[in-house]
Design a protein around this ligand. Sequence first.
Ligand code: ADP
Ligand code: MG
Length: 700
Amino acid sequence: MVMKTVPEFFGSKVFDERMMKARLSAEVYKSLKQTIQKGKKLDASVADAVAAAMLDWAVENGATHFTHWFQPLTGVTAEKHDSFISPAPDGRVIMEFSGKELIKGEPDASSFPSGGLRATFEARGYTAWDPTSYAFIKGKTLCIPTAFCSYGGEALDKKTPLLRSMEALNTQAMRILKLFGNTDVKRVTTSVGPEQEYFLVDRAMYEKRKDLMFTGRTLFGAKPPKGQELDDHYFGTIKPRVEAYMEELNEELWKLGILAKTEHNEVAPAQHELAPIYTTTNIATDHNQLTMEIMQKVAWKHGLVCLLHEKPFAGVNGSGKHNNWSLVTDTGVNLLSPGETPYENAQFLLFLVAVVQAVDDYQGLLRMSVATAGNDHRLGANEAPPAVISMFLGDELTAVLEAVENDTPYNGVEKKKIRLGTDVLPRFVRDTTDRNRTSPFAFTGNKFEFRMLGSSNSIACANIMLNTAVAESLRQYADILEQAEDFHESLHTLIQDTIKKHKRIIFNGNGYDEAWIREATQVRGLLNLPTTPDAMAVTLEPKNMELLISHKVMSEAEIRSRHEIQLDIYCKTVRIEALTMLDMVQKDIFPAVETYTCHIARAIDTKRKVMADLPCKAETTLLSRLGMLLDSMAQRVELLQDALHREADRGDWVSKAACIRDEVLPQMNALRAVCDEAETLTDAKAWPFPTYGELLFGVK
Ligand code: ADP
Ligand code: MG
């Protein structure tokens, strides 16, 4: 067989632009493009024609089924396969797929989380085709990206509010561009490139660990003699098994039209990263969900397991996802890229301060958008950004903003004062200062990088909040500037005022520093929300509800349902972990330590039969320590069980979540500490599952 080159097979499993053009009549193609670009309603005959073309293409490519592919609030994707077959009168079957089936589906919504919405929508839910994201073939199934809503029309998924937030941002950004005289732009969208971190472990070892299988992270494990101390893994040579994995992963992603670009080893042993080239946010979101799924599938084939949990190993760096975000026009201009002329730079500065204001005003919502039980282990630990949100702008931009704020000369332009929109605004160069890796929200030359997302998070939530918060800054600016008598004067004052009011969020120093957390919270008044229950509380604050409702991104009912679902998922996640711990301690760890203790006791006995007064000091010390640890283990098992009973007795999700955070998690940590110490004292051959050392260094 002749090997195909990448350009030959790229996108071969996607019904993309090329396929549409090749397989649809000129008329149908034009009509579909109108729908994709302008959101025009698709009429039935066009839908039928598109469905017929998709069917032919899918069947030629080996597909037998189709599914509406959607993103319910579980955070993973959902699909229900229907085959194309339809009986013909003569006993044969024909393959069928109608426009109606393409456009609308009716999954049973009662099996997906709906929060308080369940009562109002009965069991019925609808999926509706999102024609802006291409259909694709996965395995033998044609997947149609869809939005998912209830019978009453409330969104039950992550895609719907994301599309609404993009619309809100487009509306407000267009008002601003018009004021700057940009009449050729028809649409502003947001682009995202998510960098995805993950761990790879050997599948045979994984299967010996119930904690990894049930919870995605290790709940026990003593620190290995070697961890990431030598910094020898970051960008290190990729091992052959991992290389073979990455090769196949890239191929699978490329076939799906996903622009996988960069791959390298990360800081921790067994940790890696994959970054795609950025694209429109809703497509980037679909692609990231698919990427996570395919990463896991391909790993399994290679005898590996891909761990997407935020903190698979205590004491070792966790995994995040960097959401690189920018605003682009349909004419191809990046609005966060400093321009060539002072005029363009005034526009750039306005968009820049809009993001600064958005992040300051809605810190709580941004923090909340990445809050999960898994990410709680990471934020605030020593590798990830802290739970306090601040922004890094780099030295040059910070100096420019200071000069604008204080009407003082800026060094870059012959010591002239900066007046926005006039010829003294400097040309900026892309910042060459050191990248700040500790900042939760960093400007990186022509985009912002939001680094608080957990590796398993859907990127939809963070982008919904970010888009909407920026839409709100821009709305306020447009309201002022549209009424201005002197545009330049108003613009100057507006940017100046915004800097004054929101500069507290700008911090270019080390975000890991304890002193920073104190300054941030005590001097600057920034929010520090270390856990999911803390972060969830801000969702229902009037200011935050008002933001989402006024921009028509979510209704009050949708916000409340999401709040409940997130707390529910938090509680269930930790509960499963606690139950897994109890199971592993009682069935594996305690018996193993007990057996080893008896072995030591017999050894002492045997030796003393030979020599009655032999002191056996080492054995007796070990025996007594292990004995104490066993007692302590039994006691802590009971304490954890008690904490779980208390959680079960709590009535509402808010107090359940508080109980999980304040009572269950501390008991889990206490139980783990005893078991990890026992591991260091027990014969390796007697230990019931693979150790940290084996897991982290086991893939060659
Ligand atoms: P760095 O290595 O400096 O973080 P890269 O250029 O490698 O930056 O980009 C990292 C990620 O940011 C990639 O996924 C890339 O596609 C994405 N990215 C680059 N430019 C943009 C942009 N304008 N909007 C959104 N994402 C972008
Ligand atoms: Mg980066």
